[in-house]
Design a protein around this ligand. Structure first.
Ligand code: FAD
Length: 285
């Protein structure tokens, strides 16, 4: 994966927009603590269908105004219209936002139509057509492949469409098998895909929650990890300690193998991400 080693290393963190004021305070406290990593950006997810629109705006505005770190809102295709997306892009431009993460999203239950954009490549194309080079656009990548893709070749070519539509970088779905990432990057290189593909890292802190997320998004928890975690039962300290060991090792292998950074799915908590960061010896402040 020679192509990835030439990019400067980028570290970033992801939050979700909380539903309560208390949740928002926790997010801001996490953001404050994570500043020690000097991340390139903090991203905030967007509920497909616009369900979190105002809360995503609120979190993005607070990050952009108070942290001195770039805020990167996620945008999705679900239930979107060209006019509505244009409005959101105008709003973000007025807020001084320069980075977005463009996604398809998943249809919430009961919703049958995607909206005016069917796939993420169409959203990327629209953002470029409307705003030129204003935004640095990140897209999603799937080293273990997207669960709805009929086959690997199809998924890789669809990933390429997003790159050709104007994406600047990609963030992967989380995974625990570094070989899946290295092989994916090699496959991309063979297709002439040329952009940094940053691994998405999910710290392990809660066995049940991780299993639920993984079922939903198609990320595999290898059997040897799952069995160990199950063996700890309700011992949360043991789960956290083992998770820290496994995920730190994963990050180290990825960075040693040339990955151009790490994107942490923080779940709005600073502790697990910072623990990995410090174990990696990446402390910068
Ligand atoms: P796409 O790239 O559009 O791909 C979706 C599927 O369609 C794939 O199987 C692909 O092979 C296929 N496909 C793509 N293009 C075409 C085409 N032109 N023709 C035919 N088939 C095609 N979800 C949210 O709701 N909100 C978020 O904030 C959010 N943030 C995320 C951040 C990251 C880093 C990641 C990895 C995922 C995130 N998700 C989020 C989840 C994401 O929306 C889902 O995984 C969704 O199922 C796919 O989104 P995508 O942008 O990868 O879709």
């Amino acid at each position: 994966m020679d192509s990835q080693t030439r990019y400067p290393k980028i570290f970033s963190c992801e939050f979700f927009p909380p539903t309560t004021d208390e949740g928002m305070r926790k997010l801001f406290a996490a953001r404050e603590a994570l500043m020690r990593m000097r991340p390139a950006f903090f991203s905030v997810t967007y509920g497909a269908g616009g369900s979190t629109r105002d809360r995503t705006f609120q979190a993005i505005q607070a990050i952009q105004t108070h942290s001195g770190v770039d805020a990167a809102p996620h945008l999705t295709c679900v239930a979107s219209t060209r006019a509505g997306t244009r409005e959101i892009l105008d709003y973000y431009r007025a807020q001084g936002i320069h980075r977005v993460v463009a996604l398809r999203g998943d249809l919430p239950s009961g919703m049958r139509e995607f909206g005016e954009f069917r796939y993420a490549n169409e959203l990327v194309e629209f953002i470029r057509a409307e705003t030129g080079d204003h935004f640095h656009i990140e897209v999603a990548a799937y080293p273990e492949f997207h669960p709805q893709a009929p086959n690997i070749e199809h998924d890789l070519l669809n990933f390429k469409r997003k790159v050709e539509a104007g994406a600047n970088g990609a963030i992967t779905q989380y995974f625990y098998n570094p070989d899946a990432y290295f092989r994916f990057v090699d496959d991309c290189e063979k297709l002439g895909i040329d952009l940094p593909i940053v691994p998405g890292i999910m710290p392990i802190t809660n066995c049940t929650q991780l299993a639920r997320f993984s079922d939903n998004c198609g990320a595999e928890i290898p059997r040897w990890i799952r069995k160990r975690l199950e063996g700890f039962g309700d011992d949360r300290d043991a789960i956290r300690a083992y998770g820290l060991e496994v995920v730190t090792d994963l990050c180290r292998r990825l960075l040693d193998g040339g990955a151009p950074g790490l994107h942490f799915y923080t779940m709005n908590q600073a502790g697990p991400t910072l623990a990995i960061w410090e174990r990696l010896g990446l402390t910068v402040a």
